[in-house]
Structures are given as structure tokens and as C-alpha cells.
Design a binder for this molecule. Structure first.
Ligand code: CP
Ligand code: NVA
Length: 302
């Protein structure tokens, strides 16, 4: 059974087919209803969530899977019980295991000890379900190959999955980050290799105006991710030049769209004006989390 811990786990064909399925289930929500009837999925959250928790629960119900939602304090992953034991026990009950965790290594360990597909609902390293919804949203406006997407801000989990997923679909993904907040070197190298094989490209640097110039999509995320709250004040100063405001957005292509995984902090990483711009599609993007997760679940439990 395959897992979805990194967006690369799907492979190029898999990602293309999940994106196609996500677009088709969006058009006809009833078409796949009950198709996984009688099965179960565990949804575990070690961090807060609105979109992921609700979209995954609703998507599961739509395909007929019973979602079992688990919280950090109930399970005590790695504290109340060894990560491997939690995985081995849940694997006896559930047909798919979806986890939001602090430590990406826990996901890898869970996958090693569970036969059921393991899905990453966000870790410190990646947010692959988000990237599928992001590309679904871009594809509603542009053909993915050749599209230039500039991510502005922290080289974090969201940036990593976008770089990898964009590269897999032949996009040019640029990351504009403050000094000291570059995406991981390993992810950058892997994304560059993948991009080269699919006619895309990766550009990473600190020159935000240059990197946004002419982009088809401008994307940002919070400056301090969940678990980094005590760094928020320092980061607010360091990231000041990386706020997506009307001046920066205007450097992109005339018909560029704006995306954000949400939750957004208006006035920090993005201004109210850009978030509410008529070329901002952040709420379509949030909706697409539902369709994307449904497609991922169908793909992994076929
Ligand atoms: N974008 C996203 O993952 O949102 P939540 O943290 O609310 O799930
Ligand atoms: N980078 C953010 C994404 C939230 C959806 C975080 O990890 O908190």
C-alpha cells in the first residue's frame, strides 16, 4: 500500500491523476459518494487545524469512510506510547492513517509500522495535501507546465511541498525568502532535479522584487508557523520586506493570481488589499482542500 508523506510519493503520473480526479469530483460531488463505504480513516492532530480537520472529515464521509478524529493529548504520540506501537495498534482498526505532526520523522516511523496508507496532514517538513489543492487551484486558471509561481516568505513546509509538486508538473517555482530562512537544501536539490526532468525550474533567493517580477502566481504563508510562536516578534522584523502588498503584487504578471494556504495574518505576510483582491483565489483554494483530499483518499485506497 502506498503512503503520501511527501508529495513526491505520488510520482508524476500519480499526481497528474489525483489532480484530474480532484477537478472531476469538484464538478460532481455525488459521483464518488459511498464508493469507499464501510471503510475507516483515522485523522490525528498534534497541532491546531480548521481547513484540514474539516475538509478531511467531510471528504471521508462523502466517500463513505468513517473518520475517527484523534487529538494529541488523547494519544500522546511518543510520550504516552511509542510511535511504533501507536502505528501498529491503529493499523489493526483503520483503513487509512492521516497524521498532522510536529516531527516529520514520526510519520516515517508510522509508515514503517503500518500496512494501511499513511497520509501527511502537515509536518515540519511538508504539507503535501495543501500542495495538491494549490495546484488544483492554479490549474483552474493556467496550464501548469511553464507557469511561474513565486512563493514569498519562510522556506517552510508549505514552500517545500509547493516546490516539489510544482517541479513534478513542469512549473517554474521561485522562492523569495529573507536571509536565514531558505528552504531546505535537500528539498531544493530534489525539486531542482525533478524540475529538470519535467521541463520546469527552481529559483531560490532573497531578491524578492526580481523573483516576483512577471510571475503568474504569487503565494505566501505565515511568517511564524505553528510551534514557532515564540519567534514571531523577531520574524516580524526580519520578514518586513517580504510582505505581499499591492506594490509587490503589481510586479507580477498583469493577470497574476494570489494564493495563500490560510490561516492568514492580515497586515503581516499579506495586506488586506491583496488578500481581498479580485485576483485572490484563497477561498477557492481552501475549498479545494476538500476535493483534493477526496482524490488523495480515493487514489490511496483504490
Ligand atoms: N491550510 C491549512 O492546513 O489550514 P489548517 O491549519 O486550518 O488546517
Ligand atoms: N506553515 C504553516 C502552515 C499552516 C497551514 C504552519 O506550519 O503552521
Amino acid at each position: 500500500m502506498s503512503d503520501f508523506i511527501s508529495v513526491t510519493d505520488l510520482g508524476h503520473e500519480g499526481l497528474a491523476s489525483v489532480l484530474e480526479l480532484a477537478a472531476s469530483v469538484k464538478k460532481d460531488r455525488g459521483a464518488v459518494s459511498g464508493s469507499r463505504s464501510g471503510r475507516t480513516v483515522g485523522l490525528f492532530f498534534e497541532k491546531p487545524s480548521t481547513r484540514t480537520r474539516v475538509s478531511c472529515e467531510v471528504a471521508s464521509v462523502d466517500v463513505g469512510m468513517h473518520p475517527v478524529v484523534l487529538k494529541r493529548d488523547e494519544v500522546g504520540l511518543g510520550s504516552r506510547e511509542a510511535v511504533s506501537d501507536v502505528a501498529r495498534v491503529l493499523d489493526r482498526y483503520l483503513d487509512a492513517l492521516a497524521f498532522r505532526v510536529f516531527d516529520h520523522r514520526h510519520l516515517v516511523e508510522i509508515a514503517e509500522h503500518a500496512a494501511a496508507p499513511v497520509i501527511n496532514l502537515l509536518s515540519d517538513l511538508e504539507h503535501p495535501c495543501q500542495a495538491v489543492a494549490d495546484l488544483q487551484t492554479v490549474a483552474e486558471h493556467r496550464d501548469l507546465p511553464g507557469t511561474v509561481l513565486t512563493y514569498v516568505g519562510d522556506g517552510n513546509n508549505v514552500a517545500h511541498s509547493l516546490m516539489l509538486a510544482g517541479a513534478m508538473m513542469g512549473m517554474e517555482v521561485r522562492v523569495a525568502h529573507p536571509d536565514g530562512y531558505a528552504p531546505s537544501v535537500d528539498v531544493t536539490e530534489e525539486a531542482s532535479r525533478i524540475a529538470a526532468a519535467h521541463g520546469g525550474g527552481i529559483r531560490v533567493g532573497t531578491e524578492v522584487d526580481d523573483l516576483v517580477a512577471g510571475a503568474d502566481v504569487v503565494y505566501t504563508d505565515v511568517w511564524a508557523s505553528m510551534g514557532q510562536e515564540d519567534e514571531a516578534a523577531d520574524r516580524a522584523q526580519t520578514f518586513e520586506r517580504y510582505r505581499v502588498d499591492e506594490r509587490l503584487f503589481a510586479l507580477a504578471a498583469d493577470d497574476a493570481i494570489f494564493l495563500h494556504c490560510l490561516p492568514a495574518h492580515r497586515g503581516e505576510e499579506v495586506t488586506h488589499e491583496v488578500l481581498e483582491h479580485d485576483r485572490s483565489f484563497v477561498f477557492d483554494q481552501a475549498e479545494n482542500r476538500l476535493h483534493a483530499f477526496k482524490a488523495i483518499l480515493l487514489h490511496l485506497t483504490a
